[in-house]
Ligand binder design. Sequence first.
Ligand code: C5P
Length: 335
Amino acid sequence: SLPSASQSQSWLKYVSLGVLVLQTTSLVLTMRYSRTLLGEGPRYLASSAVVSAELLKILTCLLLVFYDHSFSVRALNRVLNEEILNKPMETLKLAIPSGIYTLQNNLLYVALSNLDAATYQVTYQLKILTTALFSVSMLGKRLGLYQWLSLLILMTGIALVQWPTESLGGPYSTPLSAGSQLVGVIAVLIACFSSGFAGVYFEKILKETKQSVWVRNIQLGLFGLVFGLIGVFVYDGERVRESGVFQGYNSLTWTVVALQALGGLVIAAVIKYADNILKGFATSLSIILSTLISYFWLKDFDPTNVFFLGAMLVIAATFLYGYEGKRPAINHSKV
Ligand code: C5P
C-alpha cells in the first residue's frame, strides 16, 4: 500500500536531517582545510566562493522545478513568470533573509580564518538558543519544559565536546593571535543572531504560503547573488582586478562551493519538513561526527572523557527533545 502523505513527510524529515548531518560535517572540515592549506599562488577569495555557491544553488533549484513539472519548458516558464516575475512584492520579501544570510556566509569565512574549528563550532552553537527564541517569538511555537531542558543539555553537551584539549598539531592547527581570536568570536556571535532570525523568517514564509520550497529558494538565491556580487566588489574589488574572480580556485575550493550549495538545498528541505530547532540538533550530531573523524582519520585531536560525556549529553538531549515533540500539544503549525 502507498504511504500516506504524513508518513512520507516524516520519512523526508529524517532523510533531510540525516543528509544535513553529513553535509555539515564535510563542509566544516573542507572549509577549514581549504582556508588554511597553503598552496602555490593566491588563496581563493571567500566572497567569490559565496557567489559561486549561490549560482550553483539557483541552477539546481531551477532543475528541481523543471523536474517537478515533468521537464516541460513551457510549464517552467509559466511558474517562473507567475511566481517570481509577476509577484514582485512576494519576491521582495525574500530580500530580508537573503541579505542576512549573505552577511552571515561572509562572516563565517572571517570566523574560520581567525578561529580554530573547535572554538568556532562551540561558539556558533549559541545559535540553537537564538533560533529557539525567534521560533517562540515569531512563529508562536510553544516549547514544553522538557524541550527547553533538552536545549540546555544540548548546549552543555556541545560545550563539553568542544572543550579545548591539547592540539596534536594536525593540518588544522595554525598559530592564532589574541586579536584575531577576538575578531573571530565577534563574527560568530553576530552570525548566531543572523542565523536564528533568517532561518525562522524563511520558515515563516515557507509555512504560511503555498509556493514550493524550490521556488522560494530561487527567490532567495537571486537576492543572494546580487548581495554576494556586491560583497565581491566591496571586499575584493582590487584583487579581482589584479587576478580575476576565480583566482586561487582548486578542486578543494569547488568541493567547498558544492557542499555549500548542497547545504542550502538541504537546509531548505529541513526547514520545510522539520523545523529550525531540529536543524540545530542535526548540526550538533555533526559536530560529534566531525570530531570523531578528526580523531580517527586526521589524528589531530585526542578525545577525552569530557568529550565522551559531552557526546552522551548531546545524544540524550536529541532523544529528550524528540520524545516531547511527539506530543500533540506543541503541534501548532500546519505545513
Ligand atoms: O548556520 P545556519 O544554519 O544559519 O546556516 C544556514 C545556511 O543555509 C546559510 O549558509 C544560508 O545561506 C543557507 N540557506 C540556503 N537556503 C535556504 C536557507 C538557508 O541556502 N533556504
